[in-house]
Design a binder for this molecule. Structure first.
Ligand SMILES: Nc1nc2[nH]cnc2c(=O)[nH]1
Length: 164
């Protein structure tokens, strides 16, 4: 007899992963990627455990799924996460072409225990973002043939390129 795992069950699993991860020297975040054909790949936050600020639960789940499946494209997949994805995780899900995201706790719940998710959302919504981290375009070389375009020009002429 086959049993269908519901969205609520996958979300509950992400919360269980998050809680267990706290007791395993990780941050309180867990995630599950479920492919269109029902394969599930888990991830937990390993930022401090692996000295990797990008090792959020969602990114770890995406990396695990992509490595196991041998692809960079998770079209059709759903991301279940114990907490609303931060901007980096949302962008990662977009780049992975994940179809949809379900989360449990939100950015304000995360802020209540000291995490900066809400602060980083404001970075993208706020005109005064330079106060947190200035980002500037720097001109290099001949304005008629900017060095900055060299990689794109090379990419554009490469027949063997793999678009993503
Ligand atoms: N959603 C989410 N927010 C975080 N904030 C800090 N780490 C994490 C994480 O792994 N996931």
């Amino acid at each position: 007899m086959s049993t269908t795992v519901t969205a609520e069950q996958f979300l509950a699993t992400s919360i269980e992963l998050a809680t267990a991860n706290v007791l395993n020297s990780g941050g309180p975040f867990g995630a599950v990627i479920v492919t269109a054909d029902g394969r599930a790949f888990e991830g937990v936050n390993r930022v401090t455990a692996s000295n990797d600020p990008t090792a959020h639960a969602e990114v770890t789940a995406i990396r695990n799924a992509c490595r196991e499946l041998g692809t960079f494209d998770l079209s059709g997949a759903t991301l279940f996460t114990s907490c609303e994805p931060c901007p980096m995780c949302l962008a990662s899900a977009l780049w992975a072409r994940v179809d949809r995201v379900f989360f449990a706790a939100d950015r304000h719940d995360a802020a209540s225990v000291g995490f900066d998710d809400a602060v980083f959302y404001e970075y993208f919504e706020n005109d005064n973002r330079d106060a947190l981290m200035p980002v500037a375009k720097l001109e290099l070389g001949d304005p008629q043939a900017p060095e900055a375009l060299q990689p794109f020009n090379t990419w554009n002429t490469l027949d063997s390129r793999i678009d993503y």
